[in-house]
Design a protein around this ligand. Sequence first.
Ligand code: 13P
Length: 335
Amino acid sequence: MDIQVLQKTISKLLAGDKGILAMDESIASCNKRFEALGIPQTLEMRRRYRELIVTAPHLDEYISGAILFDETIHQQVTDGKLFIDVLLEKGIVPGIKVDLGTVPLAAFPSERVTEGLDGLRERLAEYYRLGARFAKWRAVITIGGDLPSSSSIYTNCHLLARYAALCQEVGLVPVVEPEVLMTGDHNLYISERFTRRTLNFLFEELYKHRVNLQGILLKPNMILPGLTSVDQSDMITIADTTVLCLLETVPAIVPGIAFLSGGQSPEQATARLNVMHKRFKHSMPWKLTYSYSRALQQPALECWKGETSNVPAAQQELVKRAALNCSANRGVYSA
Ligand code: 13P
């Protein structure tokens, strides 16, 4: 592994105030979002939607990297150019989701484990050949009752570490995504406890698997109360609890942290990122940015509705959200 190759990619991904656009929804997830808006769930509609995204004017001013899905990495815009080449021409680094989604963890009802290690070395080499320079693997940790179990946290972190080591071997930057889910009625402090435990396990596993921490990006959840919690926290508590937890668990040598949005509204995801930058501008050793899917895309998707005539307006919505998140990265966002 040549660490300089990984670092070159990372410095492009962390350039300026830019963030990463996650457009790697699986076919099922993309269809679910289409269904909610009455958009036909076909291969061609998914292609058109992704074309809208990659061709959005000025996207490259705010977005440094885009995470594709296997279906999307092979697709083309209407004039025949591959999406990946459209991104490369704009200077946006193409990435690829390489996990194969989650399945129930045997013997642990209600918990999930991410699949995709079998044949991963060969798939990573192929994605590198196609032009991808970073990868993503998402693990989910569920809170509720006596969950999460230590087994679920350990197993998911172990898999993340093995994935990360394989990525670095082939020259892809691993984006390591342990998502402690927002679903549930737990409060912020429960989320903090399990996020902390997960990140502690994760960095121990990364260390054991000889993953070079200078050559990864972490994609964690913000620390938030559960979606149905009666105990909703204010913005400053969320920002402080999140950054303090990351300061305690993520080694300073890690170059960057890019949050997932996880079910927050676009406005919340931007405003909370902004407060973190405002309050911790000079005390964070790593770069802090965003790698949102829903919080960047949802307004654009709602505007598009599957209609060609809505494409320019939908592209504006997408680029607007990206620009607002860049303002949040400077701590100067206002709603
Ligand atoms: P959300 O921002 O919608 O949580 O998606 C991020 C992501 O990449 C999930 O894997």
